[in-house]
Design a protein around this ligand. Structure first.
Ligand SMILES: [Mn+2]
Length: 295
């Protein structure tokens, strides 16, 4: 019997670590494995490596759905290990992100819990232009604080709305709005748009208010999807989006994508790497979008 190939090819063969071609590569990948700000279950800190290896090149092609060959097009920077406290971790993630943005590279991150998005978005102030933040999530993450923690993963959008360089916040897939979070949504109604999952039965909104070429950062909490498609999340909420809707949204974008993260893949409760593979698939498609626009 022939020997079965057992070594995985990380991320469908899109990754490289070769330093001599680093300068020509504008797309970078990094893991932000911190789950200390998760309010309920932990378990997203092992997601970066799971996402790398579950999206195995023995099974998946480096060419995206929309036909962009990403073979060895992405530099894998490895994981930025969490520090002892969230303050230190946040500071570290902000500085690493600032360096990436200042060097003109487009980062694609895998968390970690959703808190990792706060320092990354904060870092975009170095770009000296207003940026637009798109937040895929079941949850509005609009608590002023959660259990006295203002940097909880339940406060991500509350903190991002406070940032002056963020021109708009758009939430897609929401299905857990409550009175306390609605109060904050009302306060920021000039800056915030909320699209509820119950109204998103077909294509996702094209966001006509965002001009062609506008600088956009996308954060995808995997619990935006219906738990049928993404069982490996800490807070599964029935009635969510489909992978098809999100992939089409990415393919049909009209903006300058300056970076993206995928967060809240909980490897402890994922099933057959279904959630990790979907996370990789979304990143792959968005990387292809960036590569195509810069060709
Ligand atoms: Mn969420």
């Amino acid at each position: 019997m022939a020997k079965i190939q057992s070594t995985s090819i990380p991320f469908a063969g899109c990754f490289t670590k070769t330093s001599e071609i680093l300068s020509s590569i504008k797309i970078v990948f990094a893991g932000l494995p911190s789950d200390s700000q998760s309010s309920f279950r932990r378990g997203s800190k092992r997601a970066p490596d799971r996402v790398r290896n579950a999206y195995d090149g023995n099974c998946f092609s480096a060419t995206t759905e929309s036909g962009v060959d990403m073979y060895r097009m992405v530099t894998d920077l490895g994981d930025f290990a969490a520090k002892n406290t969230w303050d230190e971790t946040s500071d570290y993630y902000r500085k690493q992100s600032e360096n990436i943005f200042l060097s003109g590279k487009k980062p694609f991150f895998v968390g970690g819990d959703h808190a990792i998005t706060m320092p990354v978005v904060e870092a975009m102030a170095v770009l000296k232009e207003p940026i637009h933040y798109i937040h895929f999530d079941a949850h509005p993450d609009l608590y002023p604080d959660y259990n006295n923690n203002i940097y909880s993963h339940a406060c991500v959008c509350a903190r991002i709305l406070e940032m002056d360089h963020v021109a708009s916040v758009t939430q897609i897939g929401i299905r857990t709005m409550n009175a306390m979070q609605q109060q904050l949504a009302d306060k920021y109604n000039a800056k915030l748009r909320v699209f509820y999952a119950r109204n998103l039965l077909q294509s996702l909104p094209s966001l006509a208010f965002l001009e062609d070429g506008a600088p956009v950062y996308i954060s995808i909490d995997m619990d935006c999807f219906d738990p049928a498609y993404a069982p490996g999340v800490s807070h599964p909420v029935p009635g969510g989006l489909t992978p098809r809707q999100a992939l089409n949204f990415i393919q049909d974008m009209r903006w300058k994508l300056i970076g993206m993260d995928v967060v809240e893949v909980n490897t402890e409760i994922d099933q057959n790497n279904q959630t990790a593979i979907l996370a990789a698939r979304l990143l792959h498609e968005a990387m292809g979008y960036v590569a195509k626009r810069s060709m």
